[in-house]
Design a protein. Structure first.
Length: 402
């Protein structure tokens, strides 16, 4: 019992093996128990869609955490330097200079103009699979599509992406999560050092220019007190976050379509459903499961009040299975409408690449529907274990040309 005599909310351990493997049964219990769950020391998890959607836009929640917060035991270099510089951990007034340039580079208009490029890229990547009947949805489709497009939008050369940038950005990505295991910290610092050097070398030949590409524009608006390191660290962050959401959405969708013949036939019969299919895949297995905030003021949720200084975890994956908002949430419906999922976050701190991810997803699934007659799992998918990201290491597929 709590000091006031009330029963404490249910506790959720995000690192429990069964939760990492499949969080949704635990989420269902948390939602049924109440709008808040205990999520760690001095922290709360917000479970229901209505509250998560509202709090994503609430200025009483901050992205900036104290450096000594015990739940953000990140890699040494990351916590000391990078984490305080990157846009997602800074409040809007503080990061508006860089934020405007990145939003411009990933705007809906830019995203729409990439659709043709994404289609050509998917056709190119599918060509070997049409000959062999085999492909890995991660290495042969999801990653190269997402990473190539984001590298081109940033202005990074794509030639080194697969062999050098991807494995290091994946290692670094594991560090952008609370509760980082000790074993992952050295790999994150090593990846960070390499990526920083790589980006610094690229910037050495660049010039500040508000009329240039993203790299040039970011140099033009960099904080003189931070110098080039502010640009370096935000580009390093984009090396990971710029493709992670799209890659995981394509992975989830590939498995869903391979494992659900009725939905695959439905998409084949009507490829125009590809856009709503992409949204449904984000809802069904959210690429990012939660986002962390710090309470700056008292915040009522249900019959409780979150006190200032408490960590607040907005459980996106949990909210996206809220039975009060999504009928039969455990079923994939590629035509689901309406679909007010929060898989891309929301507000000024929402996913910067949401528009791009939507375009890429729609094009990828439309091309799969038109180019393939059949798609099946050739072996069990292999997940990348993470409490924060729902990602895969491998998804072997057997495919039949249309």
């Amino acid at each position: 019992m709590s000091p006031a005599g009330r029963v404490l909310p249910a506790r959720m351990d995000p690192l429990a093996p069964e939760v990492v493997a499949d969080p949704y049964p635990t989420y269902a219990r948390m939602r049924a128990a109440g709008p808040l769950c205990r999520f760690g020391p001095a922290s709360w998890g917000v479970t229901r869609h209505r509250d998560v959607a509202a709090l994503l836009r609430d200025r009483r929640l901050s992205n900036t955490f104290p450096e000594d917060d015990p739940q953000f035991r990140m890699a040494q270099d990351l916590s000391r330097e990078v984490f305080r510089r990157i846009i997602p951990t800074r409040d809007p007034d503080d990061h508006s200079r860089l934020h405007q340039q990145i939003v411009r580079a990933f705007s809906p208009g830019v995203a729409r103009r990439t659709a043709s490029r994404v289609g050509d890229l998917v056709d190119e990547l599918l060509a070997p699979a049409l000959d062999t009947g085999r492909m890995d949805a991660v290495a042969d489709l999801a990653f190269p599509v997402a990473a190539t497009v984001v590298c081109e939008l940033i202005g990074l050369p794509a030639a080194r992406t697969r062999a050098e940038v991807w494995p290091r950005s994946a290692a670094l990505g594991r560090a952008f999560t609370p509760f980082l295991p000790e074993a992952d910290r050295a790999a994150a610092d090593e990846a960070l050092a390499w990526l920083r050097g790589y980006v610094r070398d690229l910037l050495a030949d660049r010039h500040a220019d508000l009329g240039g590409d993203l790299l040039d524009r970011m140099l033009a608006v960099a904080d003189p007190a931070e110098g080039i390191e502010e640009v370096v660290d935000n580009i390093v962050f984009l090396c990971f976050t710029g493709y992670e959401t799209t890659m995981n959405m394509v992975c989830t969708g590939s498995i869903a379509l391979a494992d659900r013949p009725d939905e695959w036939r439905r998409l084949r019969a009507d490829p125009s459903l590809s856009a709503t299919a992409a949204e449904e895949f984000v809802r069904f297995d959210s690429p990012i499961q939660y986002t962390a905030r710090l309470a700056l003021a008292p915040i009522p949720v249900g019959d409780r009040v979150i006190r200032p200084g408490r960590s607040v975890f907005l459980l996106l994956g949990c909210a996206n299975h809220d039975e009060d908002v999504f009928p039969d949430p455990g079923r994939i419906d590629i035509g689901r409408h309406p679909n007010p999922h929060v898989g891309f976050g929301g507000g000024v701190r929402g996913c910067l690449g949401a528009a791009l991810a939507r375009i890429e997803g729609a094009v990828v699934f439309e091309r799969l529907a038109r180019r393939l007659a059949g798609i099946e799992l050739a072996a069990d998918p292999v997940r990348e274990p993470s409490a924060l990201f729902r990602s895969y290491a491998s998804i072997p597929l057997a495919v039949t040309p249309a």
